[in-house]
Design a protein around this ligand. Structure first.
Ligand code: AMP
Length: 215
């Protein structure tokens, strides 16, 4: 079975974790435009130099550039069996171009999965999130606490709250997510391709719901 999936979900919803699991379950690439851009910035490529200030300002990279990146990525051999798109499409223009690319590649049947987590739950979740300043491991003070308070189990580093994990910053990220995503979700809803999955609960339980909704 081929799986061409667009994965939509708010920041802090567990979307990245679930997308990675799905990708390994189906043996298809997890394509995150955020990761592609961050890699380009780190490598100092022309794309990275153009994208860096836009990303730093929390704005969207121009549609033409993003569509070009995805067009090229989807022609690679590993995407023939399917793919999971994470972070793309972010605008209606991107969604319409993607539809054209996928049908042009003979990759017809897109599916769109939206992970639903209420804003209040995300704000609460992120307030309890701690990150290791040394190795980047992520903890949750209730769901996944470290063995010793404020100390990383993996490397012994100090656990901190990320500076962009404040309530104000999180609410701002959520607001722009909703503004950007609403038209993309409605586009796929109108085509009857959108499936909505409840994203509240333990990772395994959410993953089960996702698998069920795809079957
Ligand atoms: P993300 O990791 O998905 O939150 O993406 C990080 C940043 O990369 C975003 O804030 C945007 O600046 C940029 N970006 C990622 N995907 C897209 C996209 N599909 N369209 C425009 N900008 C994007």
């Amino acid at each position: 079975m081929t799986m061409k999936l667009i994965f939509i979900g708010p920041p802090g919803s567990g979307k990245g974790t679930q997308a990675k699991r799905l990708a390994s379950r189906f043996g298809i690439p997890h394509i995150s435009t955020g990761d592609i851009l961050r890699e380009a910035v780190a490598d100092g490529t022309a794309l990275g130099q153009q994208a860096a200030p836009i990303m730093a300002a929390g704005q969207l990279v121009p549609d033409d550039l993003m569509v070009g990146i995805i067009r090229e990525r989807l022609t690679k051999a590993d995407a023939k069996k399917g793919f999971i798109l994470d972070g793309f499409p972010r605008t209606l223009v991107q969604a319409e171009k993607l539809d054209t690319i996928v049908s042009g590649n003979g990759q017809g049947d897109l599916r769109v999965l939206q992970l639903l987590v209420p804003d209040e739950a995300i704000v609460k979740r992120i307030a309890l999130r701690r990150t290791c300043a040394q190795c980047g491991a992520i903890y949750h003070l209730e769901n996944q606490p470290p063995a010793a308070k404020d100390v990383c189990d993996k490397c012994g580093g100090a656990l901190i709250a990320r500076p962009d994990d404040t309530e104000t910053a999180v609410r701002k990220r959520l607001e722009s997510f909703h503004r950007q995503t609403a038209p993309v979700a409605s586009h796929y809803k109108a085509k009857q391709l959108l499936r909505e999955v409840n994203g509240i609960g333990p990772v395994d339980q959410v993953f089960e719901r996702i698998e069920k909704s795809l079957n």
